[in-house]
Ligand binder design. Structure first.
Ligand SMILES: [Zn+2]
Length: 483
C-alpha cells in the first residue's frame, strides 16, 4: 500500500476509508480505476437563474455531499401568480413550480438524500424567497445564513402563516462553519442593496467553490463596512476552483457607483427642490435599509415628520432593528396596516402635507401597494399640483413592472404632480467590478449566474478576454463536473 499511494496522488484520508485488502496485487489499470472512484469531483447542478433572470439556486456536490446555495423566487412569475391571491400560505410548491415561480428541485432528485444545508447568500426574494415553499423538500436540512437574512425569513414565514420543518443556523459574515468532515462553509462580507450580504465559499478537499451572487464593490457604503477585500485577496491566493458570479450588469462598461452617490442624488432632489406647501413622497425598495437611512437623514433636515407606510417596509426594518443595524423607530413612525395607514393619511391632509415626509411602498407601480392606492385616492389622500414624488429606484425591466409603472405614472401625471425618477444607483456589480473580482480571485473556472442569454454571454466574453479557458455557460437543470 505504501508504494501504491504516491503513484495516484491520493489524499491519505480518502485512502484510509477503503478496506486494506483492495490494495494488494495492484496493477496500473487498477489504480486508474481507483483514482476515478476515490477522487471526489465537484459537480455543479445549476437549478435556477441560468436560463431566465432570478429564481436563483445552485447545488454543489462534493463526493457524496450536496450543498444548495440560494433558493429564490422568479419574481415576475411569482407576482403574476400571487397578484389576485390574498392567502399565500395556501400555495403549494407544486403549484408555484407549475407557474414557474420557484426553482425545480426535480433536477436534483437523485441528490435529495445527500443535501447537507440550504445556504441563502442574502435576504432578497430572488435568492431566498422560495424557502417557505421549497425548504420542506429537504426537511432535515438546516438553513444557514446571516442573522439579518434569518430575521427577514422568519418575518416572512410569520406574515404568511407558513411553517417549515427546517432549523435555522446563524452564521455571521467573515466566519466559517464546518458542515462535514470534507466541507467547510465560509461567509465573506460584501456590499449590496440589503444588509449582511455575503460571498459564500465552500472549502473542500477537491478545491474551493466561490459564490458571488449578488455583490457590489462599494468602497464608501452609507451603512456598514466596505467589502472584505483583504479576505478575498487571501482566498484568491489559496485558490478558487470555480467562481459562480452574477452577470446582471455585465454589459455595462463601467464601475457601479457607490451608494453614497445615490445619497447625493437624493440630497439634490429632496433639499434642492422648493417643496414649500407641497407633499413630498419617496418610494424605494423596502429591503434597502441603507437607502432608507439616507432618506431619514434628509427628511430630518427638511424638518418634516417622517412616516413609513406599508407592511413590507415594516418587515425589513423590524429585522434590521432586532439585530441593531439601525434604530429607525426612534425617528420615524412606521405604519403597517391599512386602517391605520388611512387614518394617518387623513391626518396628514388635515394638518398640512408639507409638515410630513411620506415614505411608502409601490415603486414598481404594484397595483396593491400604497402609492398606487394613494394615486387612486383610495386612502383619503389627495394629490394637488406641484406635489413631489421621488422614485428612488429603477424600474425592473420586465413587462409586468413596466406596465404597472406606466399606469401609475400616467395617473400621477394627470394630477400635475412633479415626478423625479431614477434617483437611484444599483446594488449590483457592473463589468469593471467583475473584472476586479476576477483579477482578485483568479479562479480556475467561471460560471455566470443570475441570468442566461446575452447577460451571461457578456460576462463569459469578459472572462475569455481576460484569458480564462474554462467558462461554463449553463442552463437551468444542467450539470458540470469541474476538474
Ligand atoms: Zn440581491
Amino acid at each position: 500500500m505504501k508504494n501504491c499511494e504516491p503513484s495516484i496522488g491520493l489524499v491519505p484520508t480518502q485512502v484510509q476509508t477503503l478496506p486494506p485488502t483492495l490494495f494488494t496485487n495492484c496493477s496500473p489499470n487498477f489504480f486508474k480505476w481507483m483514482k476515478y472512484l476515490l477522487v471526489m469531483p465537484i459537480e455543479i447542478c445549476t437549478i435556477g437563474g441560468y436560463t431566465q433572470t432570478g429564481g436563483n439556486s445552485v447545488a454543489i456536490k462534493v463526493g457524496e455531499e450536496v450543498v444548495i446555495l440560494d433558493m429564490g423566487l422568479s419574481m415576475e412569475n411569482y407576482i403574476r401568480y400571487t397578484e389576485d391571491r390574498e392567502d399565500i400560505s395556501a400555495k403549494s410548491y407544486k403549484e408555484l413550480l407549475k407557474a414557474g415561480a420557484v426553482p425545480d428541485y426535480g433536477f436534483i432528485s437523485d441528490w435529495k438524500d445527500k443535501v447537507l444545508a440550504i445556504v441563502p447568500s442574502h435576504a432578497h426574494l430572488d435568492h431566498c424567497g422560495a424557502i417557505p415553499f421549497a425548504a420542506s423538500l429537504f426537511p432535515k436540512v438546516p438553513i444557514i445564513c446571516t442573522p439579518y437574512t434569518i430575521g427577514v425569513l422568519k418575518g416572512t414565514l410569520e406574515d404568511d402563516n407558513i411553517d417549515i420543518p427546517n432549523t435555522f443556523i446563524a452564521l455571521s459574515a467573515n466566519s466559517t462553519y464546518k458542515l462535514s468532515e470534507n466541507i467547510t462553509l465560509e461567509f465573506v462580507h460584501v456590499t449590496h442593496s440589503i444588509p449582511q450580504t455575503v460571498i459564500v465559499i465552500l472549502h473542500t478537499p477537491e478545491g474551493n467553490v466561490m459564490y458571488a451572487n449578488d455583490y457590489k464593490f462599494d468602497r464608501e457604503p452609507t451603512l456598514g463596512k466596505a467589502p472584505n477585500f483583504e479576505r478575498l485577496e487571501e482566498l484568491g491566493k489559496e485558490g478558487i476552483k470555480v467562481l459562480i458570479m452574477e452577470c446582471l450588469y455585465a454589459e455595462e462598461h463601467r464601475k457601479m457607483p457607490s451608494e453614497s452617490v445615490a445619497k447625493q442624488m437624493l440630497k439634490e432632489v429632496m433639499l434642492g427642490t422648493n417643496s414649500q406647501g407641497k407633499a413630498m413622497i419617496v418610494t424605494t425598495f423596502s429591503s434597502h435599509i441603507a437607502r432608507l437611512k439616507s432618506i431619514i437623514e434628509l427628511g430630518k433636515k427638511l424638518n418634516r415628520k417622517i412616516v413609513f407606510l406599508g407592511r413590507s417596509l415594516a418587515k425589513y426594518i423590524e429585522a434590521a432593528e432586532e439585530i441593531h443595524i439601525v434604530e429607525f423607530k426612534k425617528e420615524v413612525q412606521i405604519i403597517s396596516y391599512r386602517d391605520r395607514i388611512e387614518r394617518t393619511l387623513r391626518k396628514i391632509m388635515k394638518e398640512g402635507k408639507d409638515k410630513y415626509l411620506i415614505v411608502c411602498t409601490g415603486h414598481q407601480g404594484e397595483p396593491k401597494a400604497i402609492l398606487s392606492r394613494m394615486a387612486r385616492e383610495e386612502h383619503g389622500f389627495q394629490f394637488t399640483e406641484g406635489d413631489i414624488i421621488i422614485f428612488s429606484c429603477s424600474v425592473i425591466p420586465v413587462q409586468l413592472n413596466q406596465d404597472n409603472r406606466e399606469k401609475l405614472e400616467s395617473n400621477l401625471h394627470s394630477k400635475n404632480v412633479r415626478i423625479f425618477k431614477d434617483v437611484h444607483v444599483s446594488g449590483h456589480a457592473a463589468r469593471e467590478d467583475h473584472r476586479e473580482l476576477l483579477e482578485l480571485i483568479k479562479p480556475q473556472a467561471v460560471i455566470p449566474a443570475h441570468a442566461g442569454g446575452e447577460k451571461a454571454k457578456e460576462l463569459a466574453d469578459l472572462a475569455v478576454k481576460m484569458g480564462y479557458k474554462k467558462v461554463f455557460l449553463m442552463q437551468d437543470g444542467k450539470r458540470v463536473v469541474v476538474k
